[in-house]
Design a protein around this ligand. Structure first.
Ligand SMILES: [Zn+2]
Length: 273
């Protein structure tokens, strides 16, 4: 009797690219924000990526966030991938893999470092995301590479499983007035079958995000917009006199979940789990 091998985390993301939809990759910073993401995934029957950044780990502790993520993942009714977002150094990325994260993304483009992390992630059964064009801390480097040979060499040398590309979005931007360069995305997608990743997606109108999912974008990072939804609901609850953290953090959690569900549907992920 043959038993189908369980899908790896990389398989789940590759299936999104092949299927013309994207996994929402939402950033959490604590219990309530992580629960909002997992509840949104369950409510929409979608595989979703729960991410903690190195910035979040500075606040909450990497081991503590890993334990939180693994606990929520193990009890979720849909596939949840636990991702370490914007690792700033190799040591932290390796630590995240050791703690059980499914995948990591590193800021930086040193090929030898990228290759070591890709090998470590793959050896652990996980995946590695590299940024082809460096968009560090929201600052676009301005360096874009349109030479197909350069892209092929980067993929070969880094061994990455996912490729973050710069097609016009911006980190930490609260208004949706960034516009995607679809011609550039189309050219990149013709050059590689790897799932492509869009960072800073809160800056982009939802209709453009939906269009990008059909053109190779298979992981869409969303943080700012959900943070705004969470904080607005907390503020409203506090203004209304809430004193118990369960009340105002619960209001934030509900609001963030609703916003996350909207994005999951826009990206075509609903019903894929
Ligand atoms: Zn990012």
């Amino acid at each position: 009797m043959t038993v189908a091998a369980p899908q790896t985390s990389a398989d789940i993301i590759r299936a999104a690219r092949a299927g013309g939809y994207a996994l929402a990759a939402f950033n959490a910073v604590n219990l309530e924000t992580a629960q909002a993401i997992v509840r949104a995934a369950e409510a929409t029957r979608a595989p979703v990526i729960l991410q903690f950044s190195q910035n979040a780990a500075r606040h909450g502790g990497l081991a503590q966030l890993a334990a939180l993520g693994l606990s929520l993942k193990s009890e979720a009714g849909v596939p949840i991938l636990l991702h370490f977002d914007h690792a700033e150094d190799e040591g932290m990325a390796l630590e995240a893999l050791n703690l059980g994260f499914d995948g990591v993304m590193l800021e930086g483009d040193d090929p030898a470092t990228l290759r070591r992390l890709a090998d470590a992630a793959n050896a652990a059964g996980g995946y590695f995301e590299a940024e082809y064009e460096v968009v560090v801390k929201g600052e676009r480097s301005g360096e874009r590479h349109d030479d197909p040979a350069h892209l092929a060499a980067f993929i070969r040398d880094s061994g990455c499983d996912l490729l973050a590309v710069d097609i016009g979005s911006a980190h930490k931007q609260e208004s949706k007035n960034a516009h995607l360069d679809f011609d550039r995305l189309t050219r990149l997608a013709e050059l590689t079958t790897l799932p492509l990743v869009l960072h800073g997606a809160s800056s982009v109108p939802e209709a453009e995000l939906a269009r990008a999912t059909g053109l190779g974008i298979a992981k869409v990072n969303l943080a700012t917009d959900l943070t705004l939804a969470f904080t607005a609901a907390v503020r409203e609850a506090l203004d209304a006199g809430a004193r118990d953290p369960r009340n105002y953090l619960g209001a934030g959690r509900d609001a963030m979940q609703a916003r996350a569900e909207t994005y999951i549907r826009a990206l075509g992920g609903a019903g894929r789990a």
